[in-house]
Design a protein around this ligand. Structure first.
Ligand code: SF4
Length: 440
């Protein structure tokens, strides 16, 4: 039977949003990373040696001075999270017997290795010739490299960095780390490289690091402006890309941070906020400090929960995990080993809870924040232990309200979008009513 009923056509699917154009510094960083991974892929045929190591406490200048190529497994894990690959890698590791409670960076890394060890840019990452275990406060680092040692059958050299239990570095602590560098780490790296360490080359690289660190600190401190020209958390994780990975102490990193700083200064001059996944930031309504790592599997969704509401993160602890330069530390070519030791000792993961609270309090005051938010990630004991105590202490000391959300680093099972969005919105609404109350 024919019908005269007219059927409306299904609506055409909305076209995917066009990503905003990238800044020159972002494009530069992308090229640098792609080139590093191509170099890594060629390393076995070119006879170059590869050292896996961690972000906190990395000794990149030392590796570079000996022409050794660093691989940072944490960075590979977070990149896999951003590319929606981590869920499969984690499942692979859990099938092999790793518990659901293990840090998901570890499982993601092991799953990636079992799946062919193809890195974030699609090139193969060679196996390590050495595992350089800089132990800076997180016990998982030890277990992670024990597992890699078994898988790859390669040597490990350990740098034991004493925990800053009293929130300060003593001369004995510095000496203890320098002794290990002289006695264990440098000889092991020299054996691998087949040559002696050139101290002039190390000093040249440390000087580049020092200048780069000055620029990075200027970028962080730009967030004291209103509106802030940067987002110190979501944008900040891109800003630390080169300095936290393979590039500290290189001309490339120096050029990147020069360019980044000039872009930030231009935004200040134009009175603009940061760029976001949707393009330029709108009106700055809330200034926040954030504690804890971000979620990587839904990174842009997470960022939009803030940027679309006019909430900018003016300072964060996570972006200091590979170096707390805004507290004054700089690599020093005149004191090469001492300053490498101090760098390792000052890493955020190596700090006790009271000094972490002090840092957050300073950020809240110096960056004129309206409040703070804690993202407690299931994976990371090093960050998450004590965060509820931090919340209470900071509220008492500053009178500013704290919010608390829970997610994970790279396990997509632990990012409840609706739940997190609800919490963020309730928190921002509460900030809004406080502001209205204050200015009514
Ligand atoms: S537990 Fe935290 S600090 Fe330790 S390896 Fe995992 S993510 Fe890094």
């Amino acid at each position: 039977m024919r019908t005269t009923e007219t059927r409306s056509r299904p609506a055409a699917p909305a076209p995917p949003p066009v990503p905003p154009p990238k800044d020159a510094s972002q494009l530069r960083q992308k090229r640098m990373i792609a080139e590093h991974f191509r170099t890594l892929e060629r390393a076995p045929e070119e006879g170059r040696k590869v050292v896996y190591t961690f972000v906190p406490g990395n000794l990149t200048e030392l590796l570079g001075a000996l022409d050794l190529l660093p691989v940072l497994p944490e960075i590979n894990a977070l990149q896999s999270g951003m590319r929606n690959l981590s869920g499969g890698y984690i499942a692979e590791a859990e099938k092999a017997g790793h518990s659901e409670d293990v840090c998901t960076y570890v499982k993601c890394d092991l799953g990636m290795m079992k799946s062919g060890n193809v890195g974030p840019t699609g090139t193969k990452i060679p196996p390590p010739d050495l595992l350089l275990l800089s132990y800076t406060g997180c016990f998982t680092f030890l277990k992670w490299f024990e597992l890699l040692r078994e898988e790859y059958g390669c040597p490990v050299v350990m740098l034991h960095v004493p925990y800053q239990a009293d929130g300060r570095i003593t001369p004995e602590m510095r000496r203890y780390v320098v002794d290990q560098l002289e006695r264990d780490v440098i000889p092991a790296l020299e054996r691998l490289a087949g040559r002696k360490l050139d101290l002039d080359e190390l000093a040249r690289r440390l000087e580049l690091s020092r200048r780069t660190e000055d620029d990075l600190v200027a970028v962080w401190e730009s967030a004291k402006h209103r509106p802030s020209p940067i987002d110190g958390y979501f944008g900040g994780v891109y800003y630390v890309g080169p300095i936290f990975s393979a590039f500290r102490g290189t001309e490339d990193a120096r050029a990147y941070y020069r360019e980044l700083l000039s872009e930030v200064e231009e935004r200040i001059a134009r009175g603009e906020g940061p760029t976001t996944p949707d393009g330029p930031f709108g009106e700055e309504r809330y200034r926040l400090v954030v504690e804890g790592p971000p979620n990587w599997t839904s990174f842009n969704d997470f960022w939009r929960m803030f940027s679309r509401e006019g909430a900018v993160v003016v300072a964060a602890t996570y972006t200091k995990v590979g170096g707390l330069y805004d507290e004054g530390f700089r690599h020093d070519p005149a004191r090469p080993l001492e300053s490498l030791a101090e760098y390792c000792l000052t890493c955020y993961t190596n700090r006790c809870l009271p000094s972490r609270v002090d840092l957050l309090e300073r950020y809240l005051r110096e960056y004129s924040a309206d409040g703070f938010l804690i993202n407690s990630v299931k994976s990371c004991n090093s960050f998450s232990v004590g965060q509820l105590l931090m919340l209470r202490t900071l509220e008492e000391r500053t009178g500013l309200p704290g919010g608390f959300i829970e997610s994970d680093l790279v396990d997509p099972r632990y990012f409840g979008k609706a739940n997190i969005e609800n919490r963020v919105q309730s928190y921002l609404q509460m900030l809004e009513s406080r502001k209205r109350g204050r200015y009514a």
